[in-house]
Design a binder for this molecule. Structure first.
Ligand code: NAD
Ligand code: WQD
Length: 342
């Protein structure tokens, strides 16, 4: 049985579906702090059955211990549960260190009691900061974090690496995601940002649907071809499939070391203006946007060298930027229909 923490969230819900598709039995834990129980209905439709769900706040040590006492047949953990708003982490660092690091420690303590298991951790390309060389390989230097959120990913990786060193039965993989976007093609699950979206693509789709006045493009004077920042936007379904590949690697004992790190991206960088153009192409409508000042803390360019994930995980992306943006737009229109119905 595979435990998916944060399994009702954006990336977790898509991963649960891919795990079910591959025949894994899944148990979801979430505290609903950034998700809704209705996501489970979408997952049920796509999986053909309703995975077990337990509402657990993983910051509560007693709740965590009780959960692991109840479910002793867990053979793998995919750990998504975390807070992820970079700006909020600057204002509330302790909340982020508690939720993202104390939670990780509680989980690892339970896995230690079990004698070890297979563990996948959601890390981020944010650990590279402004990389010295592009595309970014896993060997690139981890730069000092510019936010408490980013620091939780760096320290989280170190906590796992150090724990693996002394516990050979703990087998772990940290996956460094680049920029996940898009939604499941069924329209049953997708991203559900609470409040004003901080990320580019949900802000674009919410602007286009009329929820936001206009998109602010943060700076067009960067040293890139069109002056806007470059990122590696990866379809969430491709990303979800990489988790299954990583888990299978550990479960089949194909891992070389008991702690490994992989980049997950497409390998292709796209500028903010290219993302807007792609949106306009797939939606057939023009987007209201204006150029404003740079956003403090933004790196200029980040895109992945995906060779390691391609070769070792035998994982390839299937979707390009246009596919991913189209799925995000379809999803935005679908949730509008659902929320305005009746
Ligand atoms: P999300 O907020 O949609 O999902 C996280 C889920 O975890 C939510 O459903 C939330 O309710 C749950 N959760 C949070 N704290 C919890 C707790 N204490 N106990 C139980 N459940 C808890 O976020 P996401 O975009 O799906 O991200 C998943 C993971 O991937 C996170 O660790 C995030 O830091 C990481 N990540 C995300 C991105 C991105 O751009 N979305 C990029 C890189 C890394
Ligand atoms: C993408 C590009 C913005 C919004 C963040 C986190 C990072 C990781 C991924 C979790 C940038 C520009 C954005 C807007 C804009 N998350 N933009 N107008 O900054 O790459 O990374 O999410 O680990 O930690 O920091 O993603 O989607 O915020 O921005 O012009 O309203 O779009 O400047 O160039 P980012 P993003």
């Amino acid at each position: 049985m595979i435990l998916v923490t944060g399994g009702l969230g954006y990336i977790g819900s898509h991963t649960v579906v891919e795990l079910c598709n591959k025949g894994h039995e899944v148990i979801i834990v979430d505290d609903l702090s950034n998700s809704q129980l209705s996501v489970l209905d979408g997952i049920e439709k796509l999986c053909g059955h309703r995975p077990i769900f337990e509402r657990v706040d993983l910051k509560d040590k007693v709740e965590v211990m009780d959960f692991f006492k109840k479910y002793q047949e867990i053979t793998g953990v995919i750990h998504f549960a975390a807070l992820k708003a970079v700006g909020q982490s600057v204002d509330q660092p302790l909340l982020y260190y508690e939720n993202n690091l104390v939670v990780l420690i509680y989980l690892l303590q339970e896995l230690k009691k079990m004698g070890g298991t297979n563990f996948i951790f959601s890390s981020s390309c944010t650990v590279y900061g402004e990389a010295d060389k592009l595309p970014i390989t896993e060997a690139a230097t981890v730069k000092p974090a510019t936010s408490p959120y980013g620091n939780t990913k760096q320290v989280g990786e170190e906590i796992i690496r150090d724990t693996c060193k002394v516990n050979p039965k703990l087998k772990a993989i940290a996956l460094r995601y680049f920029n996940p976007i898009g939604a499941h093609s069924s329209g049953e699950i997708g991203e559900l940002p609470i409040g004003v979206p901080q990320n580019l693509v949900p802000f674009i789709t919410q602007t286009a649907i009329g929820l936001r006045e206009e998109l602010s493009v943060f700076g067009d004077d960067y040293p890139t071809e069109d002056g806007t920042c470059i990122r590696d936007y990866v379809h969430v379904v491709d990303l979800a499939k990489a988790h299954v590949a990583a888990l299978d690697r550990l479960m089949q004992g194909r891992n070389d070391l008991n702690y490994e790190v992989f980049n997950l991206g497409t390998g292709k960088g796209s500028s903010v203006l290219e993302v807007i153009q792609s949106f306009e192409r797939v939606s057939g409508q023009s987007l209201n946007y204006k150029i404003v000042d740079r956003r403090p803390g933004d790196v200029i360019q980040a895109y992945a060298d995906t060779k390691k994930a391609n070769e070792v995980l035998e994982w390839q992306v299937k979707y390009n930027l246009g596919d991913a943006i189209k799925s995000a737009w379809d999803w935005e229109q679908r949730i509008k229909k659902t929320t305005t119905k009746g």
